[in-house]
Write a protein of this length. Structure first.
Length: 200
């Protein structure tokens, strides 16, 4: 009887490990903070190399003020597949976003964003995992131009910036996913990527 119980326990343990692996979660201790780049997809690795570090550093410095001092808005993202009613279009605002549980693997959600004018926008996050951007009307994914890893010397409150070229007046859905619960709550600041912040 005891042998059978051990066998059942082994099966359950193996099944849980397989589930976590399928969801992309680590089966051991969380990776060290400096090892995050090793977990990026090849597409995201390519995005890392294409950012202008000087320009994005200036954008991140400005965004850092809002990430640390606000003004802040707390929002809960719409569940994946649900209508997107949450908007994050206010400029110079730190949005504290909470993702709902997906019910199968981790957390995920979407928020809406409508830029006032066309141009490149930087989506700066207080976590390493980035964002995917979709045209709300067509569902087509918008190409991300580059990814910038924010140095702690530039801003300790922000970790990642994703840059995309967007059309003014068009609604976009920003999609966020998280495997670990600690990444399901984070701050988002959206700034124009090629904007002079010295006068603000």
């Amino acid at each position: 009887m005891k042998t059978w119980q051990l066998f059942e326990k082994s099966l359950l343990t193996a099944g849980a490990a397989a589930l976590f692996t399928a969801c992309g979660a680590p089966t051991g201790e969380p990776a060290a903070e400096q090892d995050w780049e090793a977990t990026l997809t090849s597409e995201e690795q390519g995005l890392l190399a294409s950012c202008d570090a000087v320009e994005l550093g200036e954008v991140a410095e400005h965004a850092c003020v809002h990430a640390e001092l606000g003004p802040f808005e707390s929002v809960t993202a719409a569940a994946l597949g649900a209508p997107v009613l949450v908007d994050v279009s206010l400029p110079h605002t730190g949005y504290n976003i909470t993702l709902p549980a997906t019910g199968f693997c981790g957390w995920g959600g979407r928020v809406g964003f409508i830029p006032d004018e066309s141009g490149e926008f930087a989506f700066l996050l207080s976590r390493h995992r980035g964002v995917r951007i979709y045209d709300a009307a067509t569902g087509a994914e918008v190409a991300r131009e580059c990814r910038y890893s924010v140095p702690t010397s530039v801003c300790g409150a922000l970790k990642t910036a994703i840059v995309a070229d967007l059309e003014g007046g068009t609604e976009y859905h920003l999609q966020f996913l998280a495997i670990a619960e600690r990444n399901s709550e984070f701050t988002l600041v959206i700034e124009e990527a090629a904007h002079d912040h010295s006068e603000e």
